[in-house]
Ligand binder design. Structure first.
Ligand code: TYM
Length: 340
């Protein structure tokens, strides 16, 4: 790249999401809405990480629909194939290829320290190696594109630290190849808690609200949300500061209404059901344009296919160049032996 091109080059960002169907509020607030806003300023690569999803087992028969539904969520919220590369991880084989090579520079101890590994491995009697090696594949995703930034939710911070460590280790061992990627985490969001109010919102815990749900489905989900446990009767005084429903209002409800809810909750003059009703209505309204766009893509699956095919084609070019460089650096170029 020429000097002048270099100075005007946009910074590249990469991020990924596991396909467990339609995106949920946590995905949206922690990641997607940020991704949409970055597309003019950055050179963006957005990936549906189906090879990560298999590490948790999962049903092969459901995977194609889950990938498609997440692609529809991506497009519905405004990820734009004209501005960004949007693709499915398993369409670009270099992800798994680079992950294997990164095994050479990743200490097992670092993998065992990962909180997500500790959490997930408890569910298995015989722990699949994929759960341990999961962050290596994540590092490969990011570094294959030499991404300088990764916009994610707070829960991914530790994995990104490991990505930086892998890049440092690779660079030190084989020569300067990869950037030391910056995590781009929105501090105002943090972890979005699930409707159970106990754990982070996550599809596998069944505590989510989907961003493409219609009014009835949003209400069906939001009305189950756990509120202040000390509020038993409608006129008991509540504590908005410990209520997850109130914290979700922070993203969907205007300030004046929130102040009013706060006052009336403390005074016991608004019940939790009414408070949830306002939240459900506001969520439904906020996502109405996305539901409309999703309906379009659901009716035109060939267009989704074309977008993902073209995205994979573009991704393969970049991934191929990085892999050539990495193989060179690691000596996986036996043909050079024949030249003399
Ligand atoms: P995943 O699929 O669990 O989540 C995708 C994105 O949504 C964010 N997120 C949340 N943010 C706030 N509160 C929540 N409750 C919440 N739930 C999800 C996540 O922080 C993430 O940004 N390991 C990754 C996927 C991945 C990846 C990558 C990410 C694979 N390769 C490379 C970045 C770069 C994961 O499981 O995200």
């Amino acid at each position: 790249m020429s000097e002048s091109a270099n100075t005007t080059r946009k910074k590249r960002v990469f991020s990924g999401m596991q396909p467990s169907g339609e995106a949920h509020l946590g995905n949206y607030l922690g990641a997607l809405r940020r991704w949409v806003g970055m597309q003019d300023e950055y050179d963006c690569v957005w990936c549906i990480v189906d090879e990560h999803a298999i590490t948790a087992g999962g049903n092969p028969a459901e995977m194609p629909k889950n990938v498609f539904d997440l692609a529809v969520s991506f497009l519905a919220v405004g990820l734009d194939p004209e501005k960004a590369i949007i693709f499915v991880q398993s369409d670009v084989h270099e992800h798994a290829g680079l992950a294997w090579l990164f095994n050479a520079v990743t200490p097992v101890g670092d993998l065992e320290r990962m909180t997500q590994y500790k959490d997930k491995s408890q569910h298995f009697e015989s722990i699949p190696a994929g759960i341990l090696n999961y962050p290596i594949l994540q590092a490969a995703d990011i570094l294959l594109y030499k991404a300088e930034g990764v916009p994610v939710g707070e829960d991914q911070r530790q994995h990104l630290e490991l990505t930086r460590e892998i890049a440092r280790k690779f660079n030190a061992t084989y020569g300067d190849t990869f950037p030391i990627t910056e995590p781009l985490i929105d501090k105002n969001v943090g972890r979005i808690m699930g409707l159970d109010g106990e754990a982070k919102m996550s599809k596998s815990l069944g505590n989510t609200v989907g961003i493409l749900a219609d009014a009835d489905r949003v209400w069906e989900r939001v009305r189950t949300a756990v509120t202040d446990p000390q509020r038993v009767r409608r006129d008991d005084p509540g504590r908005p500061e410990v209520c997850n429903v109130f914290s979700l209002h922070g993203f969907f409800t205007d300030e004046a209404t929130r102040a009013d809810i706060d006052t009336r909750c403390r005074a016991g003059t608004i019940g939790c059901v009414d408070c949830k009703r306002i939240l459900a209505d506001n969520i439904t309204e906020a996502f109405a344009p996305y539901r409309e766009r999703a309906a379009y893509y659901n009716a035109n699956p060939q267009e989704v296919r074309r977008i993902l095919d073209e995205g994979a084609e573009k991704a393969r070019v970049i991934a191929g160049e990085t892999m050539d460089e990495v193989r060179q650096r690691m000596g996986l170029v036996w043909r050079t032996q024949l030249k003399d």
